[in-house]
Write a protein that binds this ligand. Structure first.
Ligand code: GAL
Length: 472
């Protein structure tokens, strides 16, 4: 059995997990949106379309365990954390199945887990589909323990019929009742054992509205969702209602319009309930097809509420944290110094990097020539890289080497955005203090996706370097 499981795991899962000795994963002190995250082994935290549940004083993150260069289901990953900042890889909680709805070449997305109060069982729900998204169904899997392994049970049924929906999520109300939410404004009540649907409560409330998420605060229900642009970003919006059955009132965008939800798509809202207050954490995905494993990032932000209960994300917090004891959040303080590209005598660039000043007032070095590289030498315990993302941005490789030329870490960044935006694109795990180099290399690749009769993505392969962040 174990042997079978091992054989079915993708190669990158089995690759040796021997992190370079200079890497000190686990010492991060802030939730950093828009940069790759690393687990205890220095590997990418790959949990897209995720949800989080609390259990036994820890938070558990479940999401799509992605691969680069392919959209087929390679499993749902489970990570755990004491602080919502540092994530421990626990397991591939549900691996690809030998056949059926999550079999070879199929699609599996948006896993969400709830603990059933009636049975004590953990139930995972997900979107299953064929490679062309023409056979959608909501499936479920169960496990006696939170980290799995989960057993795939097939599609969820309503009166014996398969729930043929794609984007989905779940919601557990205060009384323990469980609900399934899907795209286009559909809401269903789950049976007491959480393994079937008993009735539909809301039907086709709003056309489109993908990546749905429901949460409740002070007796008011919130329903968030995205526009229908596949993995491209758009201005997500929300509805509120005093009862799950509605009426649901449309409230509009919750991030400033034009920011495209700070370049993300909703996946979940986590109430971090503390002794003093509750922080409601918006969780979004910044997809990066076809580099969904290495270059996709998380956009997790604290939601604000006004006196009337309206939500917003008025500013982008690149680094912040939430005290899981008290429930209070605060911006992260940083002991870093910022080094611009103009004042750095520690920077060497190959040909083909051009100084660029754009209409938005940003100045950077950029290149779209595959293989062009730029190296920055630094002394410290952590390195970050800022870039300017633009509509013609592409993927770049980031490599850290120690003073003996040994590779400490390689990672992939993306500097694509449908408007010009400058922010942190890479932040290393903690390093043993010392001398290192950071090299950025243009990969000559870009975000693209063709689906639902439309094409999305970048118009170019430019990688941008704006400045560096160094922690002593
Ligand atoms: C999005 C959806 C994602 C994925 C993608 C594929 O609209 O939210 O989960 O299915 O489409 O095009």
């Amino acid at each position: 059995m174990i042997r079978e499981l091992v054989q079915s795991l993708p190669l990158f899962v089995l690759a040796a997990l021997c992190a370079h000795a200079a890497l000190k994963p686990g010492g991060m002190d802030a939730i950093q949106s828009g940069v790759p995250w690393y687990d205890q082994n220095g590997r990418i935290v790959s949990a897209r379309g995720a949800g989080v549940i609390g259990e036994g004083g820890r938070h558990y993150l479940f999401g799509e365990f992605k691969q680069d260069h392919g959209n087929a289901f390679v499993g749902f990953a489970c990570y755990s954390s004491p602080d919502l900042v540092n994530w421990i890889f626990e397991s591939v909680a549900l691996p690809p199945q030998p056949d059926g709805r999550l079999g070879p070449g199929r699609v599996g997305e948006r896993p969400k887990v709830m603990k059933c109060p009636a049975t004590g069982e953990f139930v995972m729900y997900m979107h299953t589909d064929d490679a062309r998204y023409r056979d959608p169904a909501v499936g479920y899997a169960t496990s006696p323990s939170i980290t799995g392994p989960y057993t795939f049970r097939g599609p969820l049924l309503l009166n014996g019929a398969v729930v043929k929906k794609w984007d989905m999520s779940v919601f557990q109300d205060d009384d323990g009742s469980g609900y399934l939410i899907t795209h286009s404004g559909n809401l269903y009540a789950l049976a007491d054992d959480y393994t079937s649907v008993t009735r539909q409560i809301v039907k086709d409330m709003t056309p489109g509205c993908e990546s749905p998420a429901i949460f409740k605060r002070d007796g008011l229900y919130y329903w968030l969702g995205s526009g229908l642009t596949a993995w491209e970003r758009n201005d997500n919006y929300y509805f509120t209602a005093a009862s799950l059955a509605g009426p649901w009132e449309r409230q509009g965008a919750f991030a400033p319009e034009g920011t495209l939800t700070w370049n993300s798509q909703t996946t979940f809202v986590l109430p971090v309930v503390g002794s003093e207050t509750t922080t409601y954490m918006f969780m979004g995905d910044r997809w990066a097809h076809p580099r969904q494993n290495s270059a996709a990032t998380y956009v997790w932000q604290p939601l604000r509420f006004d006196a009337a209960g309206k939500i917003s994300l008025p500013t982008f917090h690149p680094g912040w944290k939430v005290n899981t004891e008290t429930g209070r959040w605060s911006p992260a303080e940083s002991a870093s110094k910022i080094i611009g590209i103009r004042d750095s005598d520690r920077l060497t660039a190959s040909e083909n990097w051009i100084r660029h000043n754009d209409d938005a007032g940003f100045s950077d070095l950029r290149s779209n020539v595959k293989g062009a590289s730029l190296t920055f030498a630094f002394t410290g315990s952590q390195i970050g890289l800022y870039g300017v993302a633009r509509p013609d941005g592409g993927f770049g490789e980031v490599r850290i080497e120690d003073s003996d030329g040994r590779v400490v870490l390689t990672s992939v960044i993306e500097t694509y955005c449908r408007y010009s935006e400058a922010s942190l694109k890479f932040l290393s795990p903690r390093l043993t203090p010392g001398d290192y180099t950071l090299t950025v290399t243009v990969l000559g690749e870009r975000f693209f996706w063709q689906a639902k009769r439309a094409a999305y993505g970048s118009t170019g392969d430019y990688v941008s370097v704006q400045k560096f962040l160094v922690v002593d």
